[in-house]
Design a protein around this ligand. Structure first.
Ligand code: NAD
Length: 340
């Protein structure tokens, strides 16, 4: 029997990168293709331990390039498509929404067309809880799969648009799809523009840590490996056409997260600097993952252990993030937080 071919889009980024490593190691009988355009958020140095493995392959391509994508699918005849590639940073979507529509909406539609043309076994669309909008601070309320989509940022609107296209390709053409909607991830190889790696990298350099508004916005944190295991399960066991929420009930205010990191690193809370709030900043996200738990998933990390291990990882892998924050990133950071 020939090996199953799994296309992972965005496999040079944070979650896609962790997923590629998880799959290459767990499934020697699958051929894992990492397709990535290598934007500012993608880098291949993270894959040095797997790049020579027989079941790992890399393709540099833009998911929004129809001709290239269609001919790649015709050549490789993928069995599974696990779709992570996206513009993923809310702040960047506020300053430049156009590329979010191009990559997240058009790119997804092209992948759906290509998947339909070759008749894939499964298309898993990796989405976000942000498509549901925001919750208030009542701790008994959660996003379920039936919560209406009410995205508030250009990023979440582009993800919600792609979710609807994925749904429509199932309803209209019978494409075997799943949509996963996960809460905020943390863990190794997280790009240092996002809250947790931003805080770790700045605290380690004794630099001020910008915190939006009063820091009371709540996010629901999940270790990236628990997210990878969820996608593995959905890809193999998910009921076609279904949406699965992914989350581990780890709600923390942004300020709590920043203080935990500062305390763990033995630094002073004077490093915290409150800055002008993000436009349209969602108050709270919190996931009800019951449906996925009923499919057989449960998270393995609690936040305290996971964050301690993540901080240690950033201490052990300074080279990786220092190379990122030394380039264009500095310009981005100064522009983003100059307007306090
Ligand atoms: P990331 O920004 O770290 O990585 C995105 C990857 O996609 C990069 O490697 C980039 O080079 C690639 N890419 C971007 N545009 C591309 C294009 N046009 N063609 C091919 N490749 C392209 O993102 P992430 O945080 O790993 O998120 C991955 C996915 O998971 C996204 O779809 C995001 O919406 C979703 N998600 C993220 C989180 C989170 O907490 N980070 C939570 C839930 C869902």
């Amino acid at each position: 029997m020939s090996k199953k071919k799994v296309l992972v889009t965005g496999g040079a980024g944070f979650i896609g990168g962790n997923f590629v490593q998880y799959m290459v190691n767990k499934y020697p009988d699958y051929d894992i293709f990492n397709l990535d355009q290598l934007t500012y958020a993608g880098d291949l140095t993270k894959h040095s331990a797997i790049e020579k493995m027989e079941n790992y392959h890399f393709v540099k391509a833009d998911i929004a390039d129809r001709e290239v994508i269609i001919s790649l699918f015709e050549k490789e005849n993928f069995d599974y498509v696990i779709h992570f590639a996206a513009e993923s940073h809310v702040d960047r979507s506020i300053t430049d929404p156009g590329i979010f529509v191009q990559t997240n909406v058009l790119g997804t539609q092209i992948l759906l067309d290509a998947s339909r043309a070759v008749g894939v076994t499964k298309f898993v669309h990796v989405s976000t809880d942000e498509v549901y909008g925001e919750l208030d601070f009542d701790p008994t309320t959660f996003f379920t799969e039936d919560t209406p989509l009410q995205p508030n940022s250009p990023y979440s609107a582009s993800k919600a648009s792609s979710d609807l296209l994925v749904r429509a390709y199932h309803e209209t053409y019978g494409l075997p799809v799943n949509i996963t909607r996960c809460s905020n991830n943390y863990g190794p190889y997280h790009f240092p523009e996002k809250l947790i790696p931003l805080t770790i990298s700045r605290v380690l350099n004794d630099q001020k840590v910008p915190v939006y508004g009063d820091g009371k916005n709540i996010r629901d944190w999940l270790h990236v490996i628990d997210h990878c295991a969820a996608i593995d399960l959905v890809m193999h066991e998910g009921v076609n056409g279904e949406v699965y929420n992914v989350g581990g009930h780890n709600e923390r205010t942004n300020l709590e997260v920043v203080k935990t990191i500062i305390q763990t690193l033995g630094k002073s809370e004077e490093l915290i600097e409150f800055v002008k709030d993000r436009l349209g900043h969602d108050k709270r996200y919190a996931i009800d993952p019951t449906k996925l738990e009923n499919l057989g998933w449960k998270p393995t990390y609690n936040f305290e252990t996971g964050i301690a291990q993540t901080i240690q990882w950033y201490l052990d892998n300074k080279e990786w993030w220092e190379q990122i924050i030394s380039g264009d990133y500095q310009n981005y950071f100064e522009k983003q937080y100059s307007n306090k």
